[in-house]
Ligand binder design. Structure first.
Ligand code: SF4
Length: 970
């Protein structure tokens, strides 16, 4: 039984629907009053209703057979886009052209105007043969084997206006290449003719058949025949007959030519050709080989007539304004012979420009905003129509791709020919399966709804032969794409073998792996808070205007978060900040963790508002109690957990996670908190606790940093690191370190803030607009001098806390401090190895603390101190370190500058894994402390591990601070 589409096609042949279109146009029938099948039939006439983003509007897809467009045709297209549409013209990935935004009453006029200039939009959609294109410069190239333009037109003549050949089981793609360099896209067409020579040196075509991108992509089969140019039309017609008569019309999902060839095999196709053709085909003497060279369509290309040139222009993502197209038409008449070519990479070229007119033509093109000097982003990216104008689309594409390009440009990432293609749905019109980095639009779940995202494919394109991309990450949030693209590109640059292509590198890496689905916990867009009205906004960037108070974008402050591994240095489970970043406050509930982060048989420690909480799975739900044992301050999340009881790792007393009661001392308890699990997120109600749970262990006694033993006695602090404490300390000095870094010296003469080992951090509290905000900063001073604490802090222009500290805090003022805390520290007792301290920017602060500590304690330890900064003025405490390197033989100090001034004698460039490894004499025997941007640390860490360093000897400093919540530091 045929599928429903076959049924309505049989009911009325779509070519017969034109009269009705004309009637609808003259009546200006609203699209909703046109039967859906009639809207579908319009695609046989080149008109596509855009019901989603612009209901009532139509797109017109115009054939540009063999890539040839005259100035007259270009001008007419431009004028129609201006007069009837949105003024936008898109060049497609089949070298066709689309006008967006037509209204129903315009359609007959568009058809007539196209016909008048020798164009047609017929059969450009649905079950038809799509635009047939060849090499964009066919007929112009000096070394072309076959000029395929006439062949394209002759094949067009087989099916245009034909009732039979416009009733295929599915769409069909045909293309030609008259040169001997065969690019990768030829392997994903239904029928590709690749110019070649036979054993006698005669020119003809090798044939690839039944390749597809789309839902079930497949590389084309090589048909082992050699087709002479004069056999092409009959050959094509025979293949069309085979498809038309034998292709599946039952299941739409099996209707592409590839499924027929899969069923009958290449031998079945050959058998059909043998029977149906009036001539015998010559066998092919070899298989076609893809070229690894990237096709270049942008720039000046000398034609076979050496006095003439083709000016290939970059059209970012294929979108042109009507003015540009009209201008190109005029330009081509003025400086060329009035002819243009479109490319299947969404570009355009002006041909036949005499040498003397080259610079004038280029100047005129530049005046239109078009250039031959496009950067590698404009050259190496493609995006299909996407949600803006395509009803099939799952996501927007051109807008997202422009933003992706913009962000990658700002990061100065070099593509070096790596191609990125973005399709808005599985149809893969942007050919994402044969790109180096293929992006397919999907919706991804992000609490509380869904967002646009992309499945990422790598390993497509040339890797020895043509390959289709393998899924690498599924469901990547659109805002996370810049990071991912940067990571995978840098990974290739860093680790590829000589001569290895990007595709080959990633193919080797991932072919044995299953693609990782990016969970809705793996990436949460950053949260921005409006200073004006506290409106929360999620996204990589703040909104242009605050939807709450219409405040300007600059009012938004980013809530600071970074990635973490989910475990602290001691292997303790902590809440991932990426998860925590998405904390939600609803009815007093605050997002605390992802359910998946809580182990079945252990606890999870999180810290919110500077307070620790322990989460446990119990009785099919989640229980939350105070995170710190009131008796000896051990973290209860670390304790053994069984049958609803957690055993304090410090003194082995058990607490009931439901009631909070101490099992041995029933009168005592820790607080319990109400929890809720929503969409995999665990929310804790921090306010409005029931009176019983608001009590601290001992009636009337607040827990404020002093440990208490169970029962009546107050204990002294247990052995081990001193507990963090909270105290108000006076600012005694503020030192300007660099233009945006200050050191705040705090009077801790009463040693109310215990500080035992260097590297730990302290939390600073600021009351801003009546809200207590906590932020963590590493102590840059040495614990040998615990009476004077130093916090060296860089101003974050968007950060509430640092702006407050820089602008409002004065000498003599008191600051509420909690600490010292953290699992990132140097302890000479347990870290006997030579030290390598690696930092970038403000990441230098723990390194200063460690260095000062070693200097002041006089312990014998070799220190290699490697630091990266921008300019000399950005190096914090450069003089101190330089001096030490001259006076103390155990201290070796090197700095890399990305913007070195003349006369700089140190290292230049960015400090990274290569530089670190080049300095470390004993990668295996050293202990490392890293601090800087996450990616910097991750790269260095990965390189060190690959060089043999044990991961437990590599300490990375990260803080996870957001708004009112502080996540346990790693
Ligand atoms: Fe539309 Fe999908 Fe094709 Fe993009 S890939 S143009 S979204 S059908």
């Amino acid at each position: 039984m045929s599928n429903p589409i076959e049924a309505w096609k049989a009911e009325k042949h779509p070519l017969d629907a034109w009269d009705e279109i004309v009637a609808h146009a003259s009546a200006a029938t609203p699209a909703e009053n046109i039967p859906p099948q009639d809207l579908e039939r319009m695609k046989w006439h080149g008109f596509f209703h855009r019901r989603r983003e612009s209901p009532g509007r139509f797109m017109n897809r115009i054939r540009v057979t063999a890539n040839e467009l005259s100035a007259e045709q270009g001008k007419e297209i431009a004028l129609m886009a201006y007069e009837y549409g949105h003024g936008i013209i898109d060049i497609t990935t089949r070298a066709g052209v689309q006008i967006q935004g037509l209204e129903i009453n315009h359609l007959p006029r568009v058809e007539a105007r196209l016909r008048k200039v020798g164009l047609t939009a017929k059969q450009t959609g649905h079950d038809n043969i799509r635009n047939i294109f060849g090499h964009p410069f066919s007929g112009l190239m000096p070394h072309e084997l076959i000029d395929t333009r006439l062949l394209c037109r002759e094949v067009d003549a087989i099916y245009l206006n034909s009732r039979e050949y416009s009733d295929l089981p599915c769409r069909l793609n045909i293309c030609f290449n008259g040169s001997e360099d065969h690019p990768v896209h030829l392997w994903t067409q239904d029928l590709s003719f690749l110019a070649s020579r036979n054993a006698d040196g005669e020119a003809g075509f090798q044939v690839l058949i039944a390749g597809t991108q789309g839902q079930e992509p497949r590389r084309a089969w090589h048909l082992p025949v050699f087709v002479y140019p004069d056999q092409v039309v009959a050959f094509t017609q025979s293949i069309l007959d085979l498809f038309r008569l034998k292709g599946s019309r039952e299941k739409r999902s099996r209707s592409r030519l590839r499924f027929l060839v899969e069923t009958i095999g290449v031998d079945g196709v050959l058998e059909w050709l043998k029977v149906s053709l009036p001539f015998q085909l010559e066998p092919a003497n070899s298989e076609p080989i893809p070229t690894a060279a990237t096709e270049e369509w942008v720039g000046w290309f000398r034609q076979s007539d050496p006095g003439l040139w083709t000016m290939g222009l970059s059209v970012p993502l294929g979108r042109l304004s009507w003015r540009q197209v009209e201008g190109l038409a005029i330009l081509s008449r003025k400086w060329g012979d009035g002819h243009l070519r479109t490319t299947h990479e969404q570009g355009i070229a002006v041909i036949n420009i005499p040498t003397a007119f080259k610079s004038a033509a280029a100047t005129d093109a530049a005046a239109l905003g078009l250039s031959m000097h496009a950067d590698e982003y404009d050259r190496n990216t493609m995006a299909c129509t996407g949600r803006q104008f395509c009803d099939m689309a799952v996501t927007e594409t051109k807008g997202h791709m422009l933003q992706l390009i913009d962000k990658l440009r700002k990061r100065a990432l070099k593509l070096h020919g790596i191609r990125i293609h973005m399709s808005g749905c599985p149809c893969s019109c942007a050919q994402h399966f044969t790109a180096d980095i293929g992006l397919k639009g999907v919706r991804v779940r992000r609490f509380p709804g869904t967002r646009e995202g992309f499945d990422v494919f790598l390993g497509g394109g040339i890797s020895g032969q043509v390959n289709l991309g393998l899924p690498y990450r599924l469901g990547v949030d659109v805002d996370q794409l810049p990071n991912l693209v940067e990571e995978i590109t840098n990974e290739y640059y860093l680790r590829h073998k000589p001569g290895q292509t990007f595709s080959s590198f990633w193919r080797d890496r991932i072919q044995a792996e299953e693609a990782k689905r990016v969970g809705d916990t793996d990436y949460m867009p950053p949260t921005w808070v409006c200073d004006g009205c506290s409106h929360h906004h999620q996204g990589e960037d703040p909104p242009v205007y605050c939807p709450g108070c219409a405040g300007l974008r600059r009012l938004f402050a980013r809530i600071e978060v970074t990635a973490d591994s989910g475990k602290d240095a001691g292997g303790r489970q902590t809440m991932s900040s990426l998860q925590a970043a998405h904390h939600e406050q609803t009815n007093g509930f605050m997002m605390a963790a992802m359910l998946s982060d809580i182990p079945a048989d252990a606890g999870l420690t999180v810290s919110l508002d500077g307070q620790h909480y322990a989460l446990f799975r119990h009785d099919g739900g989640v229980r939350c109690i105070d995170g710190v044992c009131p008796h000896d301050r051990a973290l209860l999340g670390d304790g053994g957990f069984c049958n609803g009881l957690v055993v304090c790792p410090g003194h082995n007393e058990a607490f009931d996670v439901c009631t909070g009661c101490d099992n041995q001392h029933p009168g005592e308890r820790v607080r319990t908190y109400e929890t809720r699990v929503e969409n995999g997120r665990v929310l804790i109600r921090l306010r409005n606790q029931t009176p019983a749970t608001q009590k601290v262990i001992r009636t009337g006694q607040r827990f404020s940093g002093t440990a208490t033993t169970p029962g009546a006695k107050i204990s002294t602090a247990p052995p081990g690191p001193p507990p963090a404490a909270t105290a108000e300390l006076t600012v005694v000095q503020i030192i300007d370190e660099t233009p945006d870094v200050k050191t705040f010296q705090l009077d801790n003469s009463a040693e109310r803030i215990p500080f035992d080992v260097p590297g730990k951090f302290a939390r600073v509290c600021a009351s801003i607009d009546g809200v207590d905000i906590w932020r963590s900063f590493t102590l840059s001073s040495s614990p040998v001098q615990p009476k004077l604490l130093e916090l060296t802090i860089k101003r974050n222009p968007h950060g509430q806390m640092t702006n407050f500290l820089f602008d409002s805090v004065r000498i003599g003022q008191k600051l509420k401090i909690k600490g010292a805390d953290g699992a990132y520290f140097f302890d000479p007792e347990i870290h006997p190895e030579p030290l390598v301290l690696v930092s970038a920017g403000i990441g230098i602060t723990p390194m200063l603390a460690i260095t000062r500590f070693i200097k002041q304690t006089g312990i014998r330890r070799q220190v290699l101190f490697l630091h990266g900064a921008r300019t000399p003025v950005d190096i914090i405490r450069h003089d101190e370190c330089l001096k030490l390197s001259k006076t103390d033989s155990w201290f070796h100090y090197s700095v890399w500058l990305t913007q070195p001034p003349s006369g700089w004698t140190g290292f230049t460039g960015r400090l990274g894994p290569v530089q670190v490894l080049s300095q470390v004499a004993d990668p295996i025997g050293s202990r490392y402390f890293l601090c800087g941007p996450d990616r910097f640390m991750d790269d260095v860490r990965t390189a060190l591990i690959e060089a043999g360093a044990a991961s437990e000897k590599i300490h990375t400093e990260r803080f996870h601070v957001y708004s009112a919540a502080t996540i346990v530091a790693v």
